[in-house]
Design a protein around this ligand. Structure first.
Ligand code: ZN
Length: 75
């Protein structure tokens, strides 16, 4: 059985594209839960009582509303 010459180019190309797609799906699915489980600090402003979230690991952050410094709420 002789394959046409175009198949010898087409089959490896399709396998290569499928491999790239599988890698993309795998890393895309792996990244989603990691992003949602990342621990964020919750802050409540002592001046205006606004509650906000900050992903940085810093002891004090500025309130987005009144710019006053606040400590993270202990969990
Ligand atoms: Zn505030």
């Amino acid at each position: 059985m002789a394959l046409p010459i175009s198949w010898l180019i087409l089959i490896p190309m399709v396998l290569y594209i499928l491999g790239i797609l599988c890698c993309g799906v795998y890393y895309g699915m792996e990244r989603l839960p990691r992003r949602s489980t990342k621990k964020a600090n919750i802050y409540r402003c002592s001046e205006c009582k606004v509650v906000y979230v900050d992903l940085r690991k810093v002891p004090l952050t500025r309130c987005p509303h009144c710019r006053c410094l606040n400590e993270a709420i202990k969990r």
